[in-house]
Design a binder for this molecule. Structure first.
Ligand code: NAG
Ligand code: NAG
Ligand code: NAG
Ligand code: NAG
Ligand code: NAG
Length: 429
């Protein structure tokens, strides 16, 4: 059983595609305002946090009482902070096992001695995104199909970071590393954080419902849905035809889909700059007709390989380079600006600029195209959705002239790809 089948594929897929193009635009235009909104949402979450913490001093085996908590109505505005007195005196493991809101999670963790030991240790200051009992109730029953112990462990590890992310840091992050490390990724699988009008979400669908429950060895945030490790890049493209059917058709016609969907494809992470259906449409009917004709196929393959970066994984706030000697991971925390030349399968690099404006990150490619949906995390890399199909630059003397969105005729378009056509053997993944 595939992990993502634990949840109906649809919400997962929809979660990933949320029309972030518009959400992100709004964030960019009114960033400050949204952060304020988020603060209110966070305050609400903190109201619930008080309840959550209070429950720690109750007997977890008593049934939870319904109705308003006995400490009065939830306070609006800024809660007194921190909501409890004195320094924390329980580990994150003890907090989870004592809370009446996380009995199901506690029961699962208890099946893994090493996890218990880890979360009860001071080896790191952990961050745990703890699904509440209600989160578990959302999982559809699949008859007798109980996922294997190994599978469940991967899911649990995907809820834990060995880095310390209190709520403020979560809000200022695009992605957060976890303890789950899939083989074909070669580094820690990350969670995405998105600030939406409904408040902060993890992996686009799981809402933060309680934050900043501090233990002696880290912090816990409550989430309302289980965080399921994502499928591969190829599977995500296939799961989201509304966004990527043209890209998938192109990849399939050129034999590239089969390669990236193959378990034999040796790689450690990678970045797919994925043009949406809308981006293809912007090329116009003539270029599309050419690309998807028999004559255009070589050009199509060259074009698509210009979107694929192997073994280097670029997130909005981290970069993992499996081609460097130490396979180093770099946090992109050096504000406000960072430049990369990422080698593509085509052989021509993409010029990528990552710019940070306070908590917001903008990624531009070749100076013109924007990443519109950031950080679609996958088990073998990351998908950065781009606003335009990326077209290689035109060489004029020593200078590379980048396409900046002007209308291209089919001939002009072909001219930019011409130098690469016929080199298909070099375009191996
Ligand atoms: C732990 O802290 C709580 C308040 O945060 C306090 O009520 C409790 O007595 C403390 N327990 C121990 C064993 O110190
Ligand atoms: C967790 O650690 C505490 C000390 O911080 C210890 O008292 C307790 O027995 C440990 N629990 C488990 C289950 O190992
Ligand atoms: C955890 O955080 C505390 C307080 O910032 C720090 O003193 C301690 O060294 C950290 N522990 C680890 C293992 O990083
Ligand atoms: C991708 O590969 C898997 C097997 O590894 C296969 O089941 C699936 O059908 C493939 N997807 C497509 C769209 O070809
Ligand atoms: C990517 O890395 C794998 C092994 O880690 C290697 O086999 C493969 O050749 C690399 N691919 C590219 C395009 O560098």
């Amino acid at each position: 059983m595939r992990l993502y089948q634990l949840l109906p594929a649809l919400p997962l897929a929809a979660a990933f595609v949320i029309t972030e193009e518009s959400v992100f635009d709004k964030i960019e235009k009114s960033g400050r305002h949204l952060v304020d909104t988020t603060q209110n949402v966070l305050d609400d979450a903190l109201g619930k946090t008080a309840e959550f913490e209070e429950s720690l001093n109750e007997d977890p085996h008593l049934p939870p009482h319904d109705g308003p908590p006995h400490h009065g109505p939830p306070h609006h505005g800024r809660p007194h902070h921190p909501p409890h007195e004195g320094p924390p005196n329980k580990t994150v493991y003890e907090l989870i096992s004592k809370s009446k809101y996380t009995t199901k999670l506690a029961k699962l963790i208890d099946e893994y001695d090493d996890l218990v030991e880890l979360l009860n240790s001071t080896k790191a200051n952990y961050t745990v995104f703890a699904p509440t009992d209600e989160a578990f109730e959302k999982i559809p029953k699949h008859g007798d199909h109980k996922p294997s112990k190994e599978t469940i462990k991967k899911v649990l590890l995907y809820h834990v970071s060995d880095d310390f992310y209190p709520a403020g840091r979560v809000l200022h992050s695009y992605t957060i590393p976890t303890l789950y490390e899939p083989e074909q990724l070669g580094h820690k699988q990350r969670l995405t954080v998105r600030v939406t009008l409904k408040g902060p979400t993890i992996n686009f669908y799981s809402k933060l419902v309680a934050v900043n429950i501090f233990g002696t060895n880290g912090v816990i945030h409550g989430v309302d849905s289980l965080l399921i490790p994502p499928p591969s890049v190829a599977e995500i493209i296939d799961l989201l035809p509304g966004e990527f059917s043209t890209l998938e058709l192109g990849l399939a016609k050129t034999g590239l889909y089969e390669k990236i969907n193959s378990t034999e494809y040796p790689h450690e992470g990678g970045t797919l700059f994925a043009p949406s259906n809308f981006a293809f449409k912007k090329l116009g009917p003539k270029i599309n007709a050419f690309l998807f004709s028999k004559y255009g196929q070589k050009y199509l393959k060259a074009l698509l390989t210009y979107h694929i970066v192997v073994n280097q994984t670029l997130y909005s706030d981290a970069f993992y380079d499996a081609t460097s000697e130490d396979g180093a991971a770099a946090e992109i925390s050096r504000p406000p600006y960072y430049h990369f030349d990422l080698p593509t399968v085509l052989g021509k690099p993409l010029a990528v600029d990552v710019a940070r404006y306070g908590p917001f990150v903008e990624i531009r490619i070749n100076g013109f195209s924007r990443v519109t949906v950031h950080d679609g995390v996958a088990s073998d890399g990351v998908i950065q959705v781009v606003s335009d199909v990326l077209i290689p630059p035109k060489n004029a003397g020593a200078d590379a002239i980048h396409w900046n969105g002007e209308d291209l005729s089919v001939d002009e378009f072909k001219e930019r790809l011409e130098p690469f056509v016929g080199n298909e053997d070099n375009m191996e993944l």
